[in-house]
Design a protein around this ligand. Structure first.
Ligand SMILES: [Zn+2]
Length: 242
């Protein structure tokens, strides 16, 4: 099972003195960074879960150290943020820690490519930065990065932000999946005992094809239990050849 942790940037926090607070991150017209990445996380998570990943969304009142400790059980860690600068700068970038590994860069690059293709904004590339949230991610996590999908202060209105957020959520999931596929950690959805299951299905379908009578299907189910795998295989082969 491949585990992914999606960290929602900003929102509730606890500082080193134990005091709690809340911050919205950057702001755009009628919306904020936190509002958007909070929506983005479940969009990406739903798509990843459909592909067989185990996904945890992290939006805790926690210190960075505690977030890092929680991330230890995951294979991949992606922190969701949005950019802001001077209301005219545009584009998509994905960040890895200043001392990030080749794996971090590779994951970031897959996500970056996918985001650029989906949003159609300027490609600002994968960059290295000294990011506190990524420095807390333990080395047991195979790869980690932080997405800045678009500049929230440069969108014309909240509706555009919502549209970008939805596209970005899906693109991030797609990028993660492509990285996993390229590195042999994409979840296997097909059952291990595939050939036997396929055969059973085929035998039952023969019965349904001819009769659709429940007792005949039951009889066939009983019959196939009596057959050796070789006989079933031969049956399937002959049936296929007409
Ligand atoms: Zn941020």
């Amino acid at each position: 099972m491949t585990r992914v942790m999606l960290e929602v940037g900003h929102g509730p926090y606890r500082d080193r003195t134990g005091a709690t607070g809340f911050e919205e991150g950057a702001s755009g017209p009628g919306t904020t960074e936190y509002k958007q990445v909070k929506q983005m996380a479940p969009i990406a998570a739903a798509q990843l879960r459909e592909l067989g990943y185990e996904v945890e969304i992290s939006d805790p009142v926690d210190t960075l150290v505690a977030i890092g400790q929680k991330a230890a059980g995951s294979d991949l860690f992606v922190s969701l943020h949005l950019n802001a600068f001077n209301r005219s700068a545009q584009g998509t970038e994905v960040l890895v820690h200043r001392n990030g590994t080749q794996e971090d860069v590779e994951l970031a690059q897959y996500i970056q490519n996918s985001l650029v293709a989906a949003l159609g904004l300027a490609n600002r590339g994968v960059k290295r930065q000294g990011l506190a949230v990524l420095s807390g991610v333990p080395l047991t996590v195979r790869a980690a990065c932080l997405t800045e999908s678009y500049f929230i202060d440069a969108v014309p209105n909240a509706a555009t932000a919502e549209r970008y957020t939805e596209l970005a959520g899906r693109a991030i999931a797609e990028g993660i999946d492509k990285y996993a596929a390229a590195n042999g950690i994409k979840p296997q959805l097909a059952p291990v005992n595939k050939s036997k299951e396929v055969m059973e299905l085929e035998l039952v379908n023969v019965a349904k094809y001819y009769s659709a009578l429940p007792h005949q299907i039951a009889a066939l189910n009983w019959l196939q239990d009596q057959l050796s795998p070789q006989v079933k295989e031969e049956f399937t082969r002959r049936w296929r050849n007409g």
